[in-house]
Design a binder for this molecule. Structure first.
Ligand SMILES: [Zn+2]
Length: 200
């Protein structure tokens, strides 16, 4: 299961604090609710593209000795199953969908350069998810008058802050800002039959 890392800060600061497994060790298991602190269980690596970073980061994993399941602590600047950081995706979506820039121009506001298809993929997923976001984010901010769900969701994300919104959506209501990939259960847990999804 993936939960959000309590750490808030830059990619570099995230990496620096990773060495100490005690600092953010979960005090209980989110899956079986055992009250024992979890055991450090190494890392997995994943790719990350941020405005000033393109490489591999480590994600710390803990093991619950009661239910034998692992918990990964995802930093707040990434969305599960997506390679680009939340900042890059937000810059692109705002430029394209709120400011009406072309995909190529929007991609330039969200460096580094990326394939055209990646932007289209984010737009498609955001459009599908927009109505759900409007409902969920109403707990955080006033619904904003807008011509459609896409514009309203973007305005609500801009007023809340994308990372604060993601933290609320993911930690609070297990909602993925761009929608969970197909093959996962509605709360983002891996369905028993699905294969491991690579970041897109
Ligand atoms: Zn457990």
């Amino acid at each position: 299961m993936q939960i959000l890392h309590p750490f808030a800060g830059s990619v570099q600061q995230y990496d620096e604090q990773l060495e100490n497994p005690n600092r953010y060790r979960p005090g209980h298991c989110p899956q079986c609710q055992t009250k024992h602190p979890l055991t450090a269980h190494g890392f997995y690596t994943r790719t990350l593209i941020d405005t000033a970073f393109d490489g591999v980061i480590r994600v710390r994993r803990y093991l619950c000795t009661a239910c034998q399941r692992t918990v990964s602590l995802l930093p707040e600047f990434i969305l599960p199953y997506l390679r680009s950081s939340l900042t890059v995706i937000a810059l692109f979506l705002v430029a394209r969908l709120l400011r009406g820039q072309t995909i190529a121009a929007a991609a330039r506001t969200a460096p580094p350069l990326m394939p055209y298809q990646r932007g289209q993929f984010w737009i498609r997923r955001f459009r599908t998810q927009a109505a759900t976001l409007c409902v969920a984010l109403a707990a955080l901010t006033q619904p904003i008058p807008a011509p459609d769900f896409v514009h309203r969701a973007l305005a609500m994300l801009e007023s809340t802050g994308w990372i604060a919104a993601h933290r609320f959506l993911f930690a609070g209501v297990r909602c993925h800002l761009l929608g969970w990939p197909r093959g996962l259960a509605p709360d983002g847990r891996r369905a028993a039959f699905s294969s491991r999804g690579a970041p897109a």
